[in-house]
Design a binder for this molecule. Structure first.
Ligand code: ADP
Length: 161
């Protein structure tokens, strides 16, 4: 069975993430969406458990699982015998950092390939930070996040629980 991992912060999950995860699920037997908790991004809008809850509301393919990890990504990948780490690539600006990460992960765990899927054109400028910024300034986020979670994000950005 070919297992792939889609790692990220998902704070919160966007339509860009969902697109990459669903496309990965069409290619691999099993996809694990891995909510990483050791991100360098200090301030988060949602806790790890809340992010997992939001992902559960947006993902319904039977071969997609959700998990969390706070250590090295390759250690998790090894523990699952994963053959690939799947990342979404937006603009050229993603490339330098992603390339460094891919080479590092390859040297730590050569059996696992990093696979890049190109973002859809309409998701090219979409990021969790952009969603948070638009939302906190009162903008419409319905074309950026799955409909099932838009209200939860609005409430949190307004400062509600
Ligand atoms: P990180 O905190 O590691 O940057 P994110 O949660 O922002 O993680 O993103 C997780 C993964 O999803 C990354 O591979 C990122 O490139 C990809 N991604 C984020 N936004 C989009 C998008 N709009 N379209 C395609 N891929 C995306």
């Amino acid at each position: 069975m070919k297992v792939a991992i889609c790692p990220g912060s998902f704070d919160p999950v966007t339509l860009g993430h969902v697109d990459i995860i669903e496309r990965a699920a069409d290619i691999f037997d099993e996809v694990i969406v891995l909510v990483m908790s050791n991100s360098t991004k200090k301030v988060s809008l949602f806790t790890i458990e809340e992010r997992i809850g939001l992902l559960e509301k947006c993902l319904d393919k039977p071969n997609v699982k959700i998990d969390t990890h706070s250590g090295l990504l390759v250690d998790y990948a090894k523990s699952k015998n994963a053959v690939a780490i799947v990342k979404g690539l937006r603009a050229v600006s993603d490339f330098d950092y992603e390339f460094q990460q891919a080479l590092t992960n390859k040297s730590l765990y050569p059996e696992c390939e990093t696979v890049f899927l190109c973002a859809r054109g309409d998701n090219m400028f979409l990021s969790s930070s952009m969603v948070k910024e638009v939302c906190s300034l009162g903008g419409d986020i319905t074309s950026f996040v799955p409909a099932s979670i838009a209200d939860i994000i609005y409430k949190r950005c307004k400062g509600d629980k």
